[in-house]
Write a protein that binds this ligand. Sequence first.
Ligand code: HPA
Length: 265
Amino acid sequence: MSKSDEALARVQARAGKAPVDLGLILGSGLGHIADMVEGEAFDYGELGGFPVSAVSGHSAKLVVGRLWGRRVAVFGGRAHYYERGQADAMRVPLELLKALGADKVILTNAAGSFRPDIPPGDLMLISDHINFSGLNPLIGEATDARFVNMTNAYDATMRAALEAAAKAEGMQLKSGVYSWYSGPSFETPAEINALKTLGSDAVGMSTVPEVILARFLGLKAAAISVITNMAAGLGTENISHEHTKNMAPIGAAKLEKVLHRYISG
Ligand code: HPA
């Protein structure tokens, strides 16, 4: 039995076998949405193959149940490459999501913005990404399925629906290109300058490996960044994890509105 089969058996034994519509992966400081799900909670530690994340601001629990009228699997917390050097740390959770019957996943993260028109406290819908880390969660995957087409990685229909949901909430959801930087140190101003030149609008330490894995598994993916700071060299605030955690709730309130409208709509 694979790790995700074992996790599936454990989750279905308690949460039932009804298929899940949608997965939600919550980023730093955004975990409160997991508490709104009416269902069964599982500590990552009780699901074999799940990462045991030690990043403060992440709850490391999966909740399967009803959220705003739909059956969802909410992953409160993710593992990052920088924790243990594993780009595929979220493979088993995403395999489980697929096995639970979901065909879509929405990823959220905290990110640093390059754009004055997307300041801290705002959201950015990810339109595409740049894998600045050079790492890949599919290294070592032996099948031809590893050659994943990333042309429409961020699903156009999901993006349009998220934009419409934001509009219905009186917000304009701006889009941009997200770059994955391995972390855990933040970027230098020179790196931010280089990324800006390459066409990036925001930077963070997650999401890209999960989107690659989601596409590998045939899940449609969308992702929203909660902007917590202007990227290195572009703002006056002192960039720190503390600052990220303090700022995330501001954008999280907007994120919750957009997701509520999208999920219940
Ligand atoms: N860089 C990388 N990751 C981040 C940032 C940043 O500026 N802000 C929040 N997460």
